[in-house]
Design a binder for this molecule. Sequence first.
Ligand SMILES: Cc1cc2nc3c(=O)[nH]c(=O)nc-3n(C[C@H](O)[C@H](O)[C@H](O)COP(=O)(O)OP(=O)(O)OC[C@H]3O[C@@H](n4cnc5c(N)ncnc54)[C@H](O)[C@@H]3O)c2cc1C
Length: 432
Amino acid sequence: MEARAEFVGTSAGTGAGDALLLSDIQGGPYRGWQIDLAFGLLDRLGPGGLPLDYERVPAEAAQRMPLLRWIRDPQSLESVAMYREYQFDWPERVCIDAVLDAERLGAVVRNYTEARIVSRDTDGWSLEIAHADVPAPAAAELPVRVQAKVVLNMAGIWIDDVNRAALPRARQRILGTKGCHIVVKLPADCANIGIATLNSKLEPFYCIPYRGYHFFGPTETVYEGDKDRIRVTAEERAWLVGEANRLLPQLRLAESDVLMTWAGVRPLTYDENVPFGNRSRVIHDLASDGLPGVYAMTAGPVMTHRSAGRELTGVISRRIPPSRPRSNPDYTPTRFPDEQDSAPLLPDASVKLSDLRHAVRAQHARTLMDALYRRVGLGWRCAFTPYELTRAADVIGGELGWSEARKQQEIQAFQAEAALLFDPRPPLRPLD
Ligand SMILES: Cc1cc2nc3c(=O)[nH]c(=O)nc-3n(C[C@H](O)[C@H](O)[C@H](O)COP(=O)(O)OP(=O)(O)OC[C@H]3O[C@@H](n4cnc5c(N)ncnc54)[C@H](O)[C@@H]3O)c2cc1C
């Protein structure tokens, strides 16, 4: 019988990598042999050293698997293809590790600093740098100006804003498409299993295990709203619950089961022939726009950031000869110092107060959001109690010289931002 594959089940994890499943269903858009072929190619063309553990499981056995036991039309299931999936722990950590390594190699790093391309003369571009987090009286001296022969505009969905602030006629380079997710808690036996499939609009749709929870998503819509307030709307949340129930009707997911949501806008390459943006990474030479020596990168995903870095280094070194001996990046993840005597922030002891202190001292954290989500990643699996936030604010504020009043302001700012960005619910707690 000719089988068609529609469902892909995943078992994802952090770091080490877990298995991922893929199932054939009659009437699905892909045939079973196509999936076998795709994984054969992936195995041969991939970097090696990371096992895919690809195998096809007959329908009968597949229907007894966690998650798959809830899929719609189980009678039309032909088989399930399993493979091992790999996952970034959380993308902000990848970003900060790259920043810290750049600092090790000699870069000057400024967090919360806005750059503006101002003017050009024979020495290159003059940029205005405005630091949002500098205490008075230093703030009175800002903004400062720096000279640059080459400017890389890496501002993601803000790329066009940055270009047009310098030259209003600069062409559109970015198309932002919004992707929303919902987080739920599934039974323990689903812990390492997920599904990758297509939604009712035949777009990619996933149920991916993450830090003891699962997230469903994404959505795919063109975004032209406020770039500083990207969040999942009630309508988008309901649509995602509907799609989750379409995929797994027996799960009977209710909106009240949603523990957290998040959304992002992908900085895709604008292409008038591709309505939802071109996903090809492009480095734009903006000389043709009237900005010689300025380059912008669109559609650069996290997963290929290393090759993006190499490509951009090439762009610069063709214009400016290297001034220092060649040195290579170190991709080893940064570790927090193991301070045995430091108290844990939460009962599960996964994060210590010393980690928060280190995030401020050595990793450019300036807010509770920086420390709790972006440096230690705890917010991705935890809604904090007021007591926990106060303890975190004491440590971070102790490093940054916050007064009691400022600590309270920072806690309120954290709660407001978390509510806006993630809508976390109290049942979202760290696992034992
Ligand atoms: C829903 C969703 C799912 C995704 N899934 C994946 C995935 O599975 N795998 C993957 O690899 N990628 C994924 N991506 C893509 C990835 O997250 C983005 O492509 C990536 O973050 C873009 O990185 P960037 O550095 O180009 O832009 P950004 O991450 O947006 O960084 C741009 C930075 O520039 C700063 N900035 C703006 N203006 C200025 C200025 N004037 N001065 C100084 N700084 C400024 C901004 O504050 C921001 O920090 C996903 C994205 C979304 C939205």
